[in-house]
Design a protein around this ligand. Structure first.
Ligand code: PLP
Length: 374
């Protein structure tokens, strides 16, 4: 057992000495929310993601809520069941019915063929997710959305650091929403970013983050109070500088995990399609109980007993959560989602995780298996 707990994730903060000076400057200025640091942060993100608009908000969830609101959607919205529940909450808060669709067993991302089958006359949009940082099949989804006159939105909570066919996310579909919460690749403590190339939509989201009020105290619609503070923006600016470094580091650590685990029977990995880059917000492995010898749940417990904190992402999936039960369709429609949620496990991964810890975790997994097989 390791003496210290190995967490599933941990924010990588570049401890810049000037952050204290910047915080002091912000506090002394009297302008502590939605000021020049927010603007600077938005501009940096816009350039990094090569998108026309970046709007800082207080979370990815409120970003998604504002996008769906600004698009004036009604009826049904198609989304994966294998995702974090915030994807679903954003729809329900907008009075939309989430229609959960199965994922692919290899990429863990929403299956475009099943998306097309789920379209009804009530469908107004598709909400796809970069699962664990792996880009979904954006070109296919764009084609389906265009063919059926649907809006297309991305939950890019895990998207900072991802590349789809060499391109950063941000400008795909009608809009995308990114998270800056502490478990993601870069953080502003809490926060989110909405991106879009659509001027009108950008304006509505900007109004939406301030109650829907364009400044004349006569709001055009009911928005949220979802601005980003200057302190959060300063933190985000500081951490944005290490984004590329964080991704390269994670890719290196994942390659090491793969090298060490690939020889163990019954373990497989999420497929990242050719030409794409995953941000590796998480490294999820799939445990085939029969070949591996023990179940995912037993492996999880045994790792915990060794002070290694893994996570059962996403278990239960949305179609089996209390909040979404009434939207659940036919249970047979979620074969791959059920398999993943019952058999996959995310291993500790963060940008400053050490190679020796990856070796220790991999060796522990092999030991647990061998001990249980005896
Ligand atoms: C973290 C996460 C969110 C929520 O992000 P917040 O910034 O905490 O609102 C939404 N979707 C997915 C897929 C996430 O992992």
């Amino acid at each position: 057992m390791t003496a210290k707990k190995i967490p599933i994730t941990c924010p990588t903060l570049s401890h810049k000495p000037d952050i204290q000076r910047i915080f002091k400057e912000i506090l002394n200025s009297g302008m502590i929310t939605n000021g020049k640091y927010v603007e600077k942060f938005e501009n940096r993100i816009r350039k990094y993601l090569r998108v026309k608009h970046a709007i800082a908000v207080n979370s990815c969830t409120s970003g998604l809520m504002l996008i769906l609101k600004a698009l004036n959607l009604e009826g049904e919205i198609i989304m994966p069941s294998f995702t974090f529940h915030a994807t679903g909450h954003a729809a329900v808060w907008n009075n939309l019915k989430p229609v959960f669709v199965d994922c692919r067993p290899d990429t863990y991302n929403i299956d475009p063929e099943k998306v097309e089958k789920a379209i009804t006359p009530l469908t107004s949009a598709i909400l796809a997710v970069y699962i664990f940082g792996n880009p979904p099949e954006i070109t296919s989804l764009e084609k389906i959305a265009a063919k059926h006159h649907l809006k297309l939105v991305f939950d890019a909570a895990h998207g900072f650091g991802s590349l789809y066919q060499g391109k950063p996310p941000g400008g795909f579909g009608n809009a995308e929403s990114f998270s800056l919460s502490p478990t993601k690749l870069i953080t502003s403590a809490e926060g989110g970013i909405v991106t879009t190339n659509d001027d009108k939509l950008a304006q509505k989201v900007r109004f939406g983050r301030t109650y829907g009020d364009g400044g004349d105290y006569n709001p055009q619609f009911s928005g949220l109070s979802a601005r980003m503070s200057e302190l959060h923006a300063a933190l985000g600016l500081m951490n944005l500088k290490s984004l590329e470094q964080n991704v390269s580091r994670r890719i290196k650590l994942v390659n090491l995990y793969k090298k060490l685990l690939i020889g163990i029977p019954g373990i497989s990995f999420q497929t990242i399609s050719d030409g794409n880059r995953s941000s590796y917000k998480d490294l999820s492995i799939y445990i085939d109980t029969e070949t591996f010898g023990i179940s995912r749940d037993r492996l999880y417990d045994a790792l915990l007993a060794k002070n290694i904190i893994a996570k059962k992402y996403f278990s239960p999936p949305l179609h089996r959560q209390i909040a979404f039960k009434k939207y659940t369709g036919n249970k047979e429609d979620y074969i791959n989602t059920n398999l993943l949620s019952e058999n996959s496990i995310s291993l500790p991964l963060y940008s400053h995780l050490q190679e020796k810890t990856v070796r220790l975790i991999s060796k522990t997994i092999d030991h647990i298996r061998q001990r249980c097989l005896k």
